[in-house]
Design a protein. Structure first.
Lengths: 428, 428
């Protein structure tokens, strides 16, 4: 039977994983799709580099256009990364009628709608399961598994580096800087960790999940982002004492048709299923109107988990190819986007204040919350023997972001408050 | 645009949920499939019964054949339950070229291969996501999400009733009988709970998951089954003391091409993600060669979660209908089934013995393990002040079922052993 020819852009660890799976599971894969799958051309940066897997040198090229313009190739797997140049390659490949599998979250978060529109025009598949949460088939689940339900909330631990750091800080009482350094030595964090620790990587993934979950075009700029670099071991100790775990959570939620998407360090109640997701693992929690609580857990990165998702997408595209139905099941966002304003965004808050240790302070503080309509779940004041100030820990009920901003602004002007030490979102 | 007409067999809680979702989310659903979805005929036992949702009496019938033979109906949703008569309805509906969505695990576990073969012959879809783990899209995940990987192990908490009972026994130190009674009062257990508590319900679901995961035709008789009715609160207390949680686990695993499938109360190490799945929730843990550890968590039953999966399947079948590709992506088991024998089935064991409290007993016991090649991870003997015997708790390393059976048989003949109190599989 005529084989399906696949072109690969990039041959790093994920690309090598794709080659391993396609070759190692050839029998299984070809019985699923009804013909052999051949990786017939691979674009690499340096064709002389050794890669720990045998690849016929004749199929390597240093020019991606060789792959994109090869008329024999039906499907292109993009695992080279990059944004603008890569987008140009992919749009051109679609122009040639080729189907695309990509693991590139940056590309899909920034140019997903443009790429999907071109794919629809050309009746091509663009699949990108591996772009969010590596080995967890969450995109397929949002598109198909919950196609019948109205998704109200998605919460994700979608960045392994920051979850490794927070887990380690929590288990060992270690400081952020020490754990970051260890993560860098272990290869779990980049030498420039900004994109991970400042929440940008998670934000890109949440833009993709929000788009799929709410069927509206969520852009990166719609995601409010705060990273973990300011999280202290004291904050984590407080969280644990109150029965929470600190997690960098992406949260996308909606009331009626208004949505909000954010990424921030969040105190999650320990009984919530996502609170026990530790180390480099990822998880995506989905709350649907009918289905209720569900959660999907697995490796968020790593060559082989990511390659598993890439090849699953490849199998799906090839099945469509055999049936002549590529591009016909694409989910194109069709709902008008309405973002919540700060009055509509509501959640619980944890606030840690350092205040003067004298009479009347607590009254001034609780009065400020009352003035701006923020009701409190708990307030604990404790004197600190070693310091000339007292600590006040407050957990609010759900409060609007607008009200909380007013409270915090008011606190800035209160003389008895020495420092607004920490403010965190609370979930669960 | 011409609507798609759907016939419903059964209008219990799940059927009513399907009606609610199809009507409540009509706008979303029809933008996905490109035409309205109309439930045009419903077979019920008693057409006069009130159901808490408005249904035009004109579409009710007490004769399922009215639905099956209606030439206007494209897709049949079977939520009536039952096995032999229901199988006849479904085979006949396929004969008429209708696509089938079913939530019926008994039917699929017993006659899945016959039904799927008929569907393939008629180029019809048969989807059954709701038959295992209600709201968790695990069947889709096994078919599509992990199509590229070699699945080595599936572990499932796939019965909510027993998980509710074991969780409650663990959290409250309560006895099996008391908790079962409470579960019955709460409606979480049937008045005749045999199918749940003896593991039969879980076994049916594991037969379905094993078939999909290993692409071979696992039948109910291939599943070795043991229920929870003999689990005591003392067993659970022992489990907790050793760092385990007691769960009714379905386990399907394979080495090379030999597989085994079982359901039994299992001590799961607390750090394993499946150990923290509590109450009526279900979870399916999948270990793939490339993807590593993943887990899928959610409601295993309940009208709305189950209806979510049914309607997601309905959407998929209607999309295929529009594209003219029904029945073409079916997974038909193609691998020859090779079951592991008792020498090949290996796992860790927990054994609790009541023995004579005198010198030399421990030596006799450990010698028996050595004789049959079972190596031990830990042995703890503790005298029991209140009783004239001592307790010995043993955890083995991985041992073959055959060897363990020989050890236990040998123990039956040892005079110093008064009772083999408990034997459990250990995981994690």
């Amino acid at each position: 039977m005529k084989p399906v020819r696949v072109g690969l852009l990039g041959l790093g660890t994920v690309g090598t994983g794709v080659v391993r799976i396609v070759e190692g599971n050839q029998e299984d894969l070809s019985s699923q799709v009804g013909s052999p799958i051949i990786i017939s051309k691979i674009a690499v940066k340096n064709s002389d580099k050794s890669r720990g897997v045998y690849i016929d040198p004749a199929i390597l090229t240093e020019d991606p256009w060789d792959v994109i313009r090869d008329p024999e190739i039906d499907v292109i797997v993009e695992v080279m990364g990059g944004v603008d140049q890569t987008k140009a390659y992919i749009l051109e490949a679609l122009e040639y009628g080729k189907h695309i599998i990509t693991a590139n979250k940056d590309l899909m978060a920034l140019y997903g709608s443009e790429i999907l529109a071109k794919a629809q025009e050309k009746q091509c598949d663009v699949f990108y399961e591996a772009s969010v949460a590596g080995g967890i088939p969450i995109i397929r689940t949002l598109i198909e598994g919950f196609s019948s339900d109205r998704i109200l909330k998605i919460m994700g631990i979608v960045n392994g580096t920051t979850n490794f750091i927070l887990t380690k800080m929590s288990k060992e009482g270690a400081s952020y800087d020490d754990v970051l350094q260890e993560a860098q030595e272990l290869g779990y964090a980049e030498s420039d960790p900004t994109s991970d620790v400042e929440g940008l990587d998670a934000a890109r993934k949440m833009a993709i999940l929000g788009t799929l979950g709410f069927r509206t075009n969520v852009e990166l700029k719609d995601v409010s982002v705060r990273g973990i670099s300011q999280v202290t071991k004291e904050d984590i100790a407080y969280a644990k004492r109150l029965g929470y775990e600190m997690k960098l959570l992406g949260i996308a939620d909606r009331d009626d048709e208004h949505i909000s998407i954010s990424v921030q360090p969040t105190m999650v109640r320990r009984s919530h299923p996502i609170a026990s997701v530790n180390g480099v693992y990822n998880a995506v929690y989905v709350y649907g109107e009918a289905v209720g609580e569900t959660m999907f857990y697995g490796a968020g990165a790593g060559a082989m988990p990511t390659a598993t998702s890439v090849v699953a997408d490849l199998v799906a595209a090839i099945k469509n190819l055999k049936l002549g139905v590529n591009g016909l099941k694409a989910i194109v966002p069709y709902k008008q986007k309405k973002l919540k304003d700060d009055e509509q965004i509501k959640y619980k808050n944890f606030i840690l204040l350092h205040v003067d240790d004298k009479a009347g302070v607590l009254a001034q503080i609780t009065q400020a919350f009352a003035q701006f309509d923020v009701s409190l779940e708990s307030v604990v004041q404790q004197p600190n023997e070693h310091n000339p100030y007292a600590e006040i820990v407050i957990v609010t009920h759900d409060a609007s972001k607008a009200s909380m901003n007013k409270v915090l602004e008011h606190f800035e002007g209160l003389e008895v408050i020495r420092t607004i030490k920490s403010v965190y979102r609370v979930e669960g």
